[in-house]
Design a protein around this ligand. Structure first.
Ligand SMILES: NC(=O)c1ccc[n+]([C@@H]2O[C@H](COP(=O)([O-])OP(=O)(O)OC[C@H]3O[C@@H](n4cnc5c(N)ncnc54)[C@H](OP(=O)(O)O)[C@@H]3O)[C@@H](O)[C@H]2O)c1
Length: 294
């Protein structure tokens, strides 16, 4: 569709080269939108999209130059129109025992999942304001439930959700709705990435780290990956995004995906009870059980 003549509603979806992002692009196109698919790298597989209704843009959320260029591309296509929706979906998950997580990896985690989301949203707010558009942040059920060895990831999602809650209140005067989508178990490419990264982390642990945490961490990841692989398809999350964008009022937070209801209830349990449940579920060592092995 040529620039300025496209009368469809418009959305930008970051992290569109796989998983939930790709499913969201396709779901929105299915509803008659024109979508700007933000691809992490210039050589990502954007050619899988229907080019009449999808414009691909390279958006590494940590790259200011990419954001400048994306604003230029969108503005050119939109002409006098604004942007109807921004789906802040891009994200990574760093796992590992916090005692040994390289600080550079922790910084990257927060840079992509928190600061990067704010950077994209800041850049596109003028266009969103023009159309009284909506923002969806893809957070996680983990924004309210910390898991062992997932400290970097869950802390980033908790921070992202808090930012979304602030933004919802700040943007209300302009009618710009802000929704947090909190996926539970979803089977995407992220499960394989988690397994691959975890294997690398175990290899890169110092001898003490491997001795103290290696077995427990590997077992925890094995179970987490298995659970994710049994999760909902990414289309379930994409459908929830579309519903949030089309709802009369933007919902504040939507939990979606397999296990979501149960995990939401568990998150409200007293902490000692919840810890005991997690220990059972992930076969974690009992409190005090490693005292001998110091
Ligand atoms: N799968 C789940 O169970 C689950 C549960 C809760 C929340 N989520 C959240 O859902 C979102 C989508 O995840 P997914 O499951 O669909 O996994 P995914 O397939 O790995 O999707 C993440 C996307 O973000 C991209 N990305 C990574 N770093 C980026 C950066 N710096 N700039 C721009 N894009 C970047 C990835 O590109 P590359 O592949 O090139 O790195 C990928 O396309 C994430 O925010 C994730 O935290 C997923």
């Amino acid at each position: 569709m040529s620039q300025n003549t496209c009368n469809r509603r418009h959305a930008l979806v970051t992290g569109s080269n796989s998983g939930i992002g790709r499913a969201t692009v396709n779901a929105l196109v299915g509803k008659g939108w024109h979508v700007f698919a933000g691809l992490h790298h210039a050589d990502d597989a954007g050619d899988a999209y229907d080019e009449n209704h999808v414009t691909t843009v390279t958006v590494d959320v940590t790259d200011e130059g990419h954001l400048d260029e994306a604003v230029r591309v969108l503005s050119q296509h939109l002409g006098d129109r604004g942007l109807d929706a921004l789906v802040d979906n891009a994200g990574v998950g760093v796992a590992g025992p916090l005692e040994f997580v390289p600080l550079a990896r922790l910084r990257t985690q927060l840079e992509i999942n928190v600061t990067g989301q704010v950077a994209v949203t800041q850049r596109f707010l003028p266009l969103l304001r023009k159309a009284t558009g909506r923002i969806v942040f893809i957070s996680s059920i983990g924004d309210r439930m910390a898991m062992p060895f997932a400290g970097p990831l869950t802390s980033s999602k908790a921070a992202l959700s808090m930012i979304a809650h602030s933004w919802r209140q700040e943007l209300a005067p302009w009618g710009i709705g802000v929704t947090i989508i909190a996926p539970a178990l979803v089977h995407t490419e992220a499960a394989d990435k988690l397994q691959r990264d975890a294997d690398e982390i175990v290899k890169s642990l110092p001898e003490a780290g491997r001795r103290l945490y290696g077995t427990t961490f590997s077992e925890m990841i094995r179970r987490a990956v298995k659970q994710e692989k049994g999760g909902s398809p990414p289309t379930a999350i994409a459908d929830a995004v579309v519903r949030a964008l089309l709802a009369r009022r933007s919902p504040a937070r939507v939990v979606v995906g397999k296990g979501g209801r149960m995990l939401s209830v568990l998150a409200m349990l007293p902490v000692p009870l919840l810890d005991a449940l997690r220990r059972r579920l992930f076969r974690l060592p009992a409190p005090g059980s490693a005292l001998e092995a110091r």
